[in-house]
Design a protein around this ligand. Structure first.
Ligand SMILES: [Ca+2]
Length: 122
C-alpha cells in the first residue's frame, strides 16, 4: 500500500511537471515555474525589418514602420504579414514643406529642400 501511495505521488509530481512545462502559450517561456512573456524585440533585435521598430506586448510583439516609410504608423504588423516598409517620396506625394523656389530632394526615410538662389536673399 505504501509503494502504491509513493507511486501515485511520483506520478502526480511528474504529471504536474509535464503540464507546467507545456502550459505556456506561444510567446511565453517557463521561468522559475511560471510562464512569463518573452521579449521578442530583445531576443531577436532584427525580428522586424530594418525600417521598422519592434514593440513587445504580453505574449507577442508587433512592428511599425519608421516615420517617413509606408504603411505609415500606427499600422501594426508582424513579419508573417509580408509587409515591407517603403520610403515615402514626400516630394512626389506633396507632403513636403519646401517653400517656393526650392527644390525638394527625396531621401530614404525623409527629404530635404535645397535652394539654389537663396544666397541672393540672405
Ligand atoms: Ca522619403
Amino acid at each position: 500500500m505504501r509503494h502504491m501511495y509513493l507511486s501515485l505521488v511520483l506520478l502526480l509530481a511528474l504529471t504536474e511537471n509535464i503540464l507546467m512545462n507545456t502550459v505556456c502559450r506561444s510567446g511565453e517561456k517557463m521561468r522559475r515555474g511560471k510562464c512569463e512573456d518573452e521579449n521578442e524585440c530583445e531576443i531577436q533585435p532584427s525580428i522586424c525589418e530594418r525600417n521598422a521598430a519592434c514593440f513587445n506586448t504580453a505574449g507577442s510583439y508587433f512592428c511599425q514602420c519608421h516615420e517617413g516609410f509606408t504603411p505609415p504608423s500606427p499600422h501594426n504588423f508582424t513579419p508573417a504579414d509580408g509587409i515591407v516598409c517603403q520610403d515615402i517620396n514626400e516630394c512626389l506625394v506633396g507632403s513636403d514643406d519646401c517653400g517656393p523656389n526650392t527644390t525638394c530632394n527625396n531621401t530614404v526615410g525623409g527629404y530635404n529642400c535645397t535652394c539654389a538662389h537663396c544666397k541672393k536673399f540672405l
